[in-house]
Design a protein around this ligand. Structure first.
Ligand code: 4NP
Length: 151
């Protein structure tokens, strides 16, 4: 089972989501992350995200940002988007219904509804913002990891 976590820059939210999901699932799950923009390609995650994950015993420091490709929509079984605008960008890359069905909002998959389905972007925030995002991702990842393992 191959899971792809997607945000805008692949330096703040999706690297944290990748690290947290990896900590909750066995290695049979292949977990990666990507961004919808290529501006940060090759960069490590944001230092504040690396520090926040480290505070929780998770190492995301070796990850590198990369843009999502059409091939990813072929290769991955599930593509989790961090907010609605990312979701719309990824959906627009899908070539057919089979690919569209793989794409979802991460928080919606975790049971959130209404106005609570976006993981807020901590890019213009501070360490406190990253910790808040970490908590949101941690809670959602627990729900999704359980769902995936029950399948
Ligand atoms: P991310 O955060 O999508 O969670 O990685 C951002 C990273 C970079 C930018 C915006 C958001 N940016 O504008 O460069």
């Amino acid at each position: 089972m191959k899971l792809l976590m997607v945000c805008l820059g692949n330096i703040c939210r999706s690297p944290l989501a990748e690290g947290i999901m990896k900590s909750k699932l066995p290695e049979i799950f292949h977990i990666d992350s990507a961004g919808t923009i290529s501006q940060h390609e090759g960069e490590h995650p944001d230092k504040r995200g690396i520090a926040t994950a480290k505070n929780h015993g998770i190492d995301i420091s070796k990850q590198r940002s990369r843009p999502i490709t059409k091939q990813d929509l072929e290769d991955f079984d599930k593509i989790y988007c961090m907010d609605l605008s990312v979701y719309e960008d990824v959906i627009s890359m899908a070539k057919d219904e089979e690919q569209r069905k793989k794409i979802s909002l991460f928080l919606e998959e975790a049971g959130e509804t209404g106005n609570n389905t976006d993981v807020f972007d901590p890019y213009w925030s501070d360490m406190d913002g990253f910790e808040k995002v970490y908590q949101v991702l941690e809670k959602a990842s627990s729900v999704i990891a359980k769902k995936l393992q029950a399948q």
